[in-house]
Each structure stands twice: as structure tokens, then as C-alpha cells.
Design a protein around this ligand. Structure first.
Ligand SMILES: NC(=O)c1ccc[n+]([C@@H]2O[C@H](COP(=O)([O-])OP(=O)(O)OC[C@H]3O[C@@H](n4cnc5c(N)ncnc54)[C@H](OP(=O)(O)O)[C@@H]3O)[C@@H](O)[C@H]2O)c1
Length: 180
């Protein structure tokens, strides 16, 4: 099954500020939920969910801790949290200590890498990502964590693009790994 990465950046490559995502765009939230929970692209009528097994969302310990209690763990998805801390315990999420542990699930589950920067960068540098869902907001949110996704896209082809307005313009792009 594919390993996908899903990220939203602002127009300065910002992804976070003060330990949180500094924006709230309902359209982006609904898209994230639809993709990671059901494998359905709400902007693409051809998109179909062909899976019966539960999807997996993988995130770093800082991202997991940044989720509000209401969304922790993210419902209807197996939440996997990465930490080097052997004593870290979480109610409702599976805790793993090596990125390679996620390969135990790759045969049966769609896996979504959902952040944050440390986890995105390691996955991209290891070239384990088959598909990137990259949403870009046309606004500067004055973030203190940046991730320049354009540096990683040379081995990917844009296979879907949709633009919409939710307070600011948002571009929903899908990039698939170029094979061979
Ligand atoms: N805009 C977006 O789309 C988006 C998406 C997701 C998150 N974010 C934001 O990104 C920020 C967090 O990013 P971040 O880079 O600071 O932290 P992060 O990637 O969420 O988590 C980092 C932590 O993950 C653990 N870790 C990292 N690599 C590991 C490895 N190879 N093996 C085991 N554990 C590993 C470590 O936990 P320990 O220190 O416990 O060992 C590390 O401190 C948050 O503010 C969040 O809101 C933004």
C-alpha cells in the first residue's frame, strides 16, 4: 500500500508557529479528514475508496501533543506516534521508537505521514513517500517552523490540482512519485 505525506504550508513555506498550526481553514480540515480517514479526494469525482482496512496516521511526538484533546487521537484512524522516549505513554495512540517500525503495516494499510517537520524531512530524505498531498495557502502566517516542499518535488509529478478560496486562496496539489 502507498505511503503518503500530507502537509499544508503558507506562502512562506510556514507550517507552524508557537508549537501549533496557526490557522484554521475548514476547507483544509475537511480535506485532511476525507483523505486520511476515507482515501477520498472531495474535489475529484473519480476518487474512490477501495480499502476496507483502517488508515494509519503517523506523526512525531510534538505534533501529537499539539492536537487538542477533542482530536487526540484522530478518530477512525490508527494513530502512530514516534518518540525516542521509551517511557512515553499515550492513551489511544500506538507509540513506536523507529521510523522503520511503520513498515510493519505497509502491506495492509494506507499510511499517511502527517508531520511535523522532523518526521516529514526524515521520510522525504529516506525516499519512502509515494504520494504527496500539498496544500498551499496564499497568505503569510508568520510561522516559526518552515518546510520548503519545492526542494523535494523533483522526483514527483503533479497529478491533481484544485484551487479554492477559504478566507485566502488555497491550492490543493497531489504529487505522485515518478517511477523508474
Ligand atoms: N502545517 C502542517 O501541515 C503541519 C502538520 C503537522 C504538524 N505541524 C506542526 O509541526 C510542529 C511540530 O513539528 P516538529 O518538527 O517540531 O516536531 P514533530 O516532527 O512533530 O515531532 C518531533 C519529535 O518526534 C520524535 N522523533 C523524531 N524523529 C524520530 C525518530 N526517527 N524516531 C523516533 N522518534 C522521533 C522526537 O520525539 P521525542 O523528543 O519525544 O523523542 C521528536 O522530538 C507542530 O507545531 C505542529 O503543529 C504542521
Amino acid at each position: 500500500m502507498p505511503i503518503s505525506l500530507i502537509v499544508c504550508t503558507d506562502n512562506q513555506n510556514g507550517i507552524a508557529k508557537d508549537g501549533k498550526i496557526p490557522w484554521h481553514y475548514p476547507m483544509d480540515m475537511r480535506y485532511f479528514k476525507s483523505i486520511t480517514e476515507k482515501n477520498i479526494n472531495p474535489f475529484d469525482a473519480k476518487s474512490r475508496n477501495t480499502l476496507n482496512s483502517m488508515n494509519i496516521v503517523v506523526m512525531g511526538r510534538k505534533t501529537y501533543n499539539s492536537l487538542s484533546n477533542k482530536y487526540r487521537p484522530l478518530p477512525n484512524r490508527l494513530n502512530i506516534v514516534l518518540t525516542k522516549n521509551r517511557k512515553y505513554k499515550s492513551h489511544g495512540a500506538m507509540v513506536v521508537h523507529h521510523l522503520t517500525d511503520i513498515f510493519d503495516y505497509v502491506d495492509h494499510n494506507n499510511i499517511y505521514i502527517i508531520g511535523g517537520k522532523q518526521i516529514y524531512e526524515q521520510c522525504l530524505e529516506l525516499s519512502i513517500i509515494d504520494r504527496i498531498y500539498l496544500n498551499t495557502i496564499d497568505h503569510d502566517h508568520k510561522c516559526d517552523i518552515q518546510l520548503n516542499m519545492s526542494t523535494y518535488l523533483s522526483n514527483f509529478a503533479c497529478t491533481f490540482s484544485h484551487e479554492d478560496i477559504d478566507q485566502h486562496a488555497i491550492r490543493f496539489g497531489i504529487y505522485d512519485k515518478i517511477m523508474g
